[in-house]
Design a protein around this ligand. Structure first.
Ligand code: GDP
Ligand code: MN
Length: 396
């Protein structure tokens, strides 16, 4: 589960990670209130107004702006709240901004120039260890840094038996070229950040940039936090941070009815039981010249109600030109699934795309008869390839 920047920062801060302080606002009036409050608390004169959407590169899209007085806070918030923010990480339509983070300006002038660094904490799946990835090249796209100057990216792997050791945190600060107060602050920052990562059961932290302020403080200016869904049961307070407005509405609906659905760009809707078979079905559709419109695993109990719910989801996608149902009847008998399909079809009345059904396994022959005799625009198929060919035929 992804979080907004302001939510991620709150979690970081709860584990002692120093952050750029801010207050979230949903209207320009609230933004002005927030700015006044921040000035009282932090003494900041300038503020940054930051669009809160689940996408990076907001700065490039005009979603992060500096306000030098209260009037600018109001004007910039007015402009950003409600806009469709397009960044290198969103689709061409962009993402609607519902709220902004009003934050203290931390790039104030002083003895030294402010410096930006990059840091992420994530799981290295090849050896099952957490690692800290960091770079002197903060504020930039890390993919670009990896491509053009890979020697400027460092990693620190953590042994799960010992956790992050103090010398490792010092090595990070050293490799970032820090000394004195900034070195000490960075060591603390890295330790707090790693503790936060472990204790919050996150699967990704990306802090880009971390800032060394002109007076040598080390703070997180941005925070991308991804929580591990499998651990949300022990973080009820984090689970409540979900913002469904940021998620694909059809996928949200699927989750509510317990279906495993992922929206894709193609034109052939698929309804399959079992993730492996679903993947194989998508491959087959591609081989036959089509493109899958979705991944959908209906799971073990494909009764009429579930099949209807699945059809409903698939038909929400206007690109769907045909539906391929590919079910292996093991525990669930094929004739029950076939009946489910026929019942759902009759119930729905609005299915205007051809359906090809392949049922294999227990009672497959009875199922085929049920489909063939239903009098509906549903074609049956026995072999995998036959099903794909029939899909191909209705598309051309
Ligand atoms: P992103 O574009 O979505 O990654 O959003 P960030 O939170 O990383 O902000 C983008 C950029 O805005 C940063 O790299 C900074 O250059 C700039 N920025 C962020 N906070 C401040 C601030 O307090 N003052 C100033 N002057 N610039 C800031
Ligand atoms: Mn950033």
């Amino acid at each position: 589960m992804n979080l907004h920047e302001y939510q991620g920062k709150e979690i970081l801060n709860s584990f002692g990670v120093q952050i750029q302080r801010g207050i979230v606002a949903t209207t320009p009036d609230e933004a002005v209130e927030a700015a006044k409050k921040l000035t009282e608390e932090t003494g900041t004169g300038w503020h940054v107004i930051k669009a809160q959407v689940h996408a990076g590169g907001r700065g490039k899209g005009g979603g992060v702006k500096l306000a030098k007085n209260i009037k600018e806070v109001a004007d910039i918030s007015e402009e950003i709240i409600g806009m469709n923010l397009v960044t290198p990480q969103t689709s061409a339509e962009g993402k609607k901004v519902h709220q902004v983070l009003v934050a203290e300006d931390v790039y104030y002038p002083g003895d030294n120039e402010p410096e930006e660094y990059y840091m992420s904490v994530l799981l290295n799946r090849s050896n099952g260890r957490n690692m800290i990835m960091y770079s002197t090249e903060g504020g930039m796209d890390i993919e670009t840094v990896a491509e053009e100057t890979p020697h400027l990216i460092f990693t620190e792997e953590i042994d799960p038996a010992t956790g992050l050791l103090p010398f490792q945190a010092r090595r990070v600060a050293f490799n970032l070229g820090l000394s004195g107060q900034a070195f000490k602050q960075m060591t603390k920052f890295v330790q707090a950040l790693y503790t936060a990562y472990e204790k919050s059961d996150s699967s990704l932290f990306e802090i880009n940039p971390i800032l060394k302020t002109s007076d040598d403080k080390i703070i997180a200016v941005d925070a991308k936090v991804t929580l591990d869904d499998n651990a949300l049961f022990r973080h009820k307070d984090y689970a409540a941070l979900r913002d469904v407005r940021e998620e694909n509405p059809v996928e949200v609906e699927a989750k509510e009815v317990g279906l495993n659905y992922v929206d894709l760009d193609g034109n052939v809707g698929c309804m399959v039981n079992g993730a492996g078979l679903a993947m194989a079905t998508m491959d087959l559709i591609k081989q036959a010249g089509g493109e899958p419109a979705n991944f959908l695993d209906v799971g073990g109990t494909a009764d009429a109600e579930r099949v209807e719910a699945a059809f409903n989801l698939i038909l929400k996608d206007p690109n769907v030109k045909a539906i391929l149902v590919n079910i292996f009847g093991g525990i669930v008998r094929c004739d029950r699934v076939a009946q489910g399909i026929v019942d759902a079809y009759k119930n729905m009345k609005n299915i205007d795309v051809p359906i090809i059904v392949r049922l294999q396994g227990t009672n497959a022959d009875i199922a085929k008869e049920l489909i063939d005799n239903s009098g509906l625009d549903v074609q049956s198929a026995v072999e995998f390839q036959e099903a794909a060919d029939k899909v191909q035929k209705v598309l051309s």
